[in-house]
Ligand binder design. Structure first.
Ligand code: C2E
Ligand code: MG
Ligand code: MG
Length: 734
C-alpha cells in the first residue's frame, strides 16, 4: 500500500495546497502519540485513507480490467449526482464526459486501453448541478499475486477553482505587462512590483525601485495641498486619478496621467495599491499646440478673433460687476496693401510681426492685444476707471502712445519702412455685446481714416446713425434707378452779353418720400457703391437725347451741354466705348458734348487719362476742367491734356472780393487759360460785382445764380426762348 499512500499524499497536497512536510505531519504515523496520559499508536489503514479522501472531496473509482466501475466513493456520487448503485458495473467513461474546459476524453480512453497510469490527467465532468467541473485524474494499477492487472484505482480532484484562479493569475500577469506603466505597492507605498512599461517610462529597472517608496518619482511642481487631496481621495474613495508632473531617473520631468486604486482585504483594510502611469507629455504638448492654433494667430502669436471674443466677453462681464470702464481699440495700418504689393507678402508679414511686438509693449500685461486678420489689430484695455471721462482720457493716452510707437521706422530686412495706423476706440461698461463693440471700434477707425489717417477717433453713436442712413440710402438709390426717380436740371452758361451758349447738366433725385435730393448728398455714395456707373450712363444718355431733340430747332441747336463725369465712371475700362455708343445712338454732333472732369480724377491715373481723353477728343468731344484750382494743379499735366476749358471753382469766385489771394488765383487761372489757348468760365457767380471783376480780367463766360439756378427742362427751355428773344442776333433765326 505505500503506492496508495504516496498517491493520496499527492492528491491531498494538490487539493489543499499544502507542502509535503505539512501533510506528512497529518498522515504519517508518528509512532505513539500522547494525548493527556494516554498513548496512541495510529496504524496505516486503507479504510482510514478512504474516509480521509472522502472528507477531502476526492473522487475515487475502482475499475475492473475491462473498465467497469466496481467501486465508487461518496464524493463521486455527490459530484455526479449518480447513485453508487447505478455507477457500479458501468463504464467509467460514462461519467467522465468531455467539457469545454479541458482536453477530450479520447486520450483517457487510450491510456486506459494501454493500462498506463494517469498522472494529473484533466477532464471535465458534468455535475449534479449541471455545471462543469475540471477534474485532475491520477490512477494506479493493482496487480494480483501473479502480477496480473487486477484493478485500476482512479482518484479525481476537483481543480476547477484552482484552474480558474491560475487562469486569472495568468491573465493578470499578461495584463500587468501592458503598454501602460504599472506599480503594485503595499499599504505603506513600498513598491512591490513594477512592469516593464514602468521601467521604460521612468528609466528605473525593477530591482532599483522594488522596496523603495512610490514617491521616488515625485517633483516639487505641485503644492502640498495637491498631495493631501490626492491621499484623502484614495483613502475615502479607494481611487484617484489625475494629471501630475513626475521625474524620470535621469531627472527629466514629464507629465503623466496616473490612476491609483487601493486593494482592500476582506476586512476592508487596504493592503496594496495598484497604480497606472501614462506619459501624457506629448499629448499635452499637442493639446497646447491645438489650443494655440485655435486661439492664436500663427504669424504674430497674438490671440486671434476667437480668443479675443472670449476675453472681451469676460472683460465686459467683469466690468459689469466692478463698474469699471474698459476700452476697445481697433487698429488698422494705413496703406498696408501698398507694402504687400510693392515689397511682397514676406515683408508684409515682417511688418505685422513688428507691429504686434510694439502694440504689446504699449499696454499692460493684463491687457489684450489681438490680431483680427490682415492688418487689423485689437487692443483691449480693461479696468481703466469708474469714471467715463477718466477712462476715456487714459485710453487716449494709450492710443497716442500706440500712434507714436507705430509711427517709428521699421527695419524690414534691408528696407527701412514707415507706416502709420488709424485707430478707432470705443468705451464699454459691461452692458455691451462683444461683436457690437468691435463694430463700434471699427466704425470709429473708419472715421479716423476719413479724417486723414494716422489718428485716433472715438466712437460716437452719430457715426452709427450715419452708417445706417447710408445703408438705407444705398437701398433707395438702387430703387431709384429701377423706378427712374432721377431728373436732370440745366444750368445756363452765358457769355458777356448774357446769351445762353451752353448749359451744365446737373442731376437731381426726386425721392418719393423726401424733397428733391441734391447730388452732393448721393453722388459720393453712388461712387462708393459703383451705382454711379449706371447713373452716369443715364445722365449721358439723357443729355445726348436732349441734344438730339434740339438738333432741328434753330433756337437750341447751337447749345452745348456739359456733363459731369465721375472718377469711377471715367476709369472704367470701356468708358470711351460707352460714350461712343451713346453718341452714335443719338447721332449727335460731338462738339456739342462737353465732359467735365475734375483735377483729382485726372491725376488719379494720368497716363490712362491722357489716352482716354485723346481718344474722345479724336471723336470731337470737348473737355472742361471742373472746379479748377482746388486740386494740385500743375502746369505740366495741363499741357498734356487736350482740354478746351478751365472752369474756375466757385469757392474762389465767392471769396474774390474778400480774400485778395483768391482774386489773384482767379486772375492767374484766367491768364493760364489764355496762355494755353483754352476757354475759361467761372461757376458760382452770384453778384454783379463778381461778374464785373471776371469780365474785367478776361473771363466773360459765367455760370451761376446771378443769371439762373439749375432748372428743369421745361423752365430751361422757356428761359432759352426768352433769352433768345432778348438777343437781337438770334431773334432773327428763331
Ligand atoms: P459741379 O459740377 O461743380 O456743379 C456746380 C454746382 O454748383 C451745382 O451744384 C450747382 O447747382 C452749383 N451752383 C451753380 N451756381 C451756383 C451759385 O451761384 N451759387 C451756389 N452756391 N451754387 C451754385 P449741384 O447741382 O448741387 O451739384 C453739385 C455737384 O454734384 C456738382 O458740382 C457735381 O460735382 C456733382 N454732380 C451734379 N450732377 C452730376 C452728374 O450728373 N454726374 C456727376 N458725376 N456728378 C454730378
Ligand atoms: Mg460740374
Ligand atoms: Mg464745379
Amino acid at each position: 500500500m505505500p503506492k496508495l499512500e504516496s498517491l493520496v499524499k499527492k492528491l491531498i497536497t494538490a487539493s489543499l495546497d499544502l507542502n509535503n512536510t505539512g501533510l506528512d505531519a497529518i498522515l504519517t504515523p508518528q509512532g505513539p502519540i500522547l494525548i493527556g496520559d494516554a498513548r496512541f499508536t495510529v496504524p496505516f489503514s486503507e479504510a482510514r485513507y478512504r474516509s480521509l479522501i472522502n472528507r477531502l472531496g476526492v473522487m475515487v473509482l475502482e475499475l475492473s480490467t475491462s473498465g467497469l466501475i466496481i467501486y465508487s466513493n461518496d464524493v463521486t456520487r455527490q459530484l455526479t449526482g449518480i447513485a453508487t448503485t447505478e455507477l457500479l458495473g458501468h463504464n467509467c467513461l460514462d461519467i467522465i464526459k468531455p467539457s469545454p474546459l479541458c482536453a477530450s476524453i479520447d486520450r483517457l480512453q487510450q491510456e486506459f486501453l494501454k493500462n498506463s497510469e494517469l498522472i494529473d490527467y484533466q477532464t471535465g465532468i458534468v455535475t449534479a448541478a449541471n455545471s462543469v467541473k475540471v477534474i485532475a485524474w491520477n490512477s494506479f494499477n493493482i496487480f494480483d499475486n501473479d502480477q496480473r492487472l487486477n484493478r485500476i484505482v482512479y482518484f479525481g480532484v476537483d481543480i476547477t477553482e484552482r484552474q480558474l484562479a491560475e487562469q486569472e493569475l495568468a491573465i493578470a500577469a499578461i495584463a500587468f505587462e501592458t503598454q501602460e506603466a504599472m506599480v503594485i505597492s503595499d499599504a505603506h507605498n513600498v513598491i512591490l512590483r513594477v512592469n516593464k512599461a514602468y521601467t521604460v517610462l521612468t528609466g528605473y529597472s525593477s530591482h532599483e525601485v522594488i522596496g523603495k517608496k512610490t514617491r521616488l518619482l515625485k517633483v516639487d511642481s505641485h503644492s502640498s495641498d495637491f498631495y493631501t487631496d490626492k491621499h484623502k481621495t484614495i483613502k475615502n474613495q479607494g481611487f484617484w486619478s489625475g494629471e501630475l508632473y513626475s521625474q524620470r531617473k535621469n531627472g527629466d520631468q514629464y507629465q503623466e496621467y496616473r490612476t491609483v486604486k487601493a486593494v482592500n482585504n476582506n476586512e476592508g483594510v487596504c493592503t496594496h495599491y495598484v497604480s497606472t502611469h501614462k506619459d501624457i507629455t506629448e499629448h499635452k504638448a499637442a493639446e497646447i499646440e491645438i489650443k494655440r492654433l485655435a486661439f492664436y494667430d500663427s504669424l504674430t502669436n497674438l490671440p486671434n478673433r476667437r480668443m479675443l471674443n472670449d476675453r472681451l466677453t469676460s472683460a465686459i462681464d467683469s466690468n459689469f460687476h466692478s463698474h469699471l470702464k474698459g476700452t476697445l481699440l481697433f487698429i488698422d495700418l494705413d496703406d498696408f496693401k501698398t507694402l504687400n504689393d510693392t515689397l511682397g507678402h514676406a515683408y508684409g508679414d515682417l511688418l505685422l510681426q513688428q507691429v504686434a511686438q510694439r502694440l504689446k509693449a504699449c499696454v499692460r500685461q493684463s491687457d489684450t492685444v489681438a490680431r483680427l486678420g490682415g492688418d487689423e489689430f485689437i487692443v483691449l484695455l480693461e479696468d481703466l476707471n469708474e469714471n467715463s471721462f477718466e477712462a476715456k482720457r487714459l485710453s487716449e493716452i494709450i492710443g497716442h502712445k500706440i500712434l507714436k510707437s507705430l509711427n517709428c521706422e521699421y527695419q524690414l530686412n534691408n528696407h527701412v519702412y514707415h507706416c502709420t495706423p488709424s485707430i478707432g476706440a470705443t468705451l464699454f461698461d459691461g452692458q455691451e455685446l462683444p461683436e457690437e463693440l468691435i463694430k463700434q471700434a471699427d466704425i470709429a477707425m473708419y472715421e479716423a481714416k476719413k479724417s486723414g489717417r494716422n489718428t485716433l477717433c472715438f466712437f460716437d453713436p452719430q457715426m452709427q446713425a450715419n452708417i445706417s442712413a447710408r445703408a438705407a440710402m444705398e437701398k433707395d438709390l438702387r430703387q431709384a434707378l429701377l423706378e427712374n426717380q432721377f431728373v436732370l436740371y440745366y444750368q445756363p452758361q452765358v457769355d458777356d452779353q448774357d446769351r445762353i451758349v451752353s448749359a451744365e447738366v446737373l442731376i437731381r433725385w426726386q425721392h418719393p418720400l423726401h424733397d428733391m435730393v441734391s447730388p452732393l448728398d448721393f453722388i459720393p455714395l453712388a461712387e462708393e457703391t459703383k451705382l454711379i456707373l449706371p447713373i452716369g450712363l443715364w445722365v449721358l444718355e439723357i443729355a445726348c437725347a436732349q441734344l438730339k431733340k434740339w438738333e432741328n430747332n434753330p433756337c437750341f441747336q447751337h447749345l452745348q451741354l456739359a456733363v459731369n463725369v465721375s472718377a469711377r465712371q471715367f476709369h472704367e475700362d470701356d468708358f470711351v466705348e460707352q460714350v461712343c455708343i451713346i453718341m452714335s445712338k443719338y447721332a449727335i454732333k460731338p462738339h456739342l458734348l462737353k465732359l467735365e472732369l475734375t483735377e483729382s480724377l485726372v491725376l488719379d491715373n494720368i497716363d490712362e487719362t491722357i489716352v482716354k481723353m485723346h481718344a474722345l477728343k479724336k471723336m470731337g468731344v470737348l473737355f472742361s476742367m471742373d472746379d479748377f484750382g482746388t486740386g494740385y494743379s500743375s502746369l505740366s499735366y495741363l499741357t498734356q491734356l487736350p482740354l478746351d476749358q478751365l472752369k474756375i471753382d466757385q469757392c474762389f469766385v465767392h471769396n474774390m472780393s474778400v480774400k485778395s489771394s483768391d482774386a489773384v488765383i482767379v486772375q492767374t487761372i484766367i491768364g493760364m487759360a489764355h496762355n494755353l489757348g483754352m476757354d475759361v468760365i467761372a461757376e458760382g457767380v452770384e453778384t454783379e460785382e463778381q461778374r464785373d471783376f471776371l469780365k474785367l480780367h478776361g473771363c466773360p463766360a459765367i455760370q451761376g445764380y446771378l443769371f439762373s439756378k439749375p432748372l428743369p427742362i421745361e423752365q430751361f427751355e422757356s428761359l432759352l426762348y426768352s433769352n433768345q428773344s432778348n438777343s437781337h442776333d438770334l431773334k432773327r433765326v428763331c
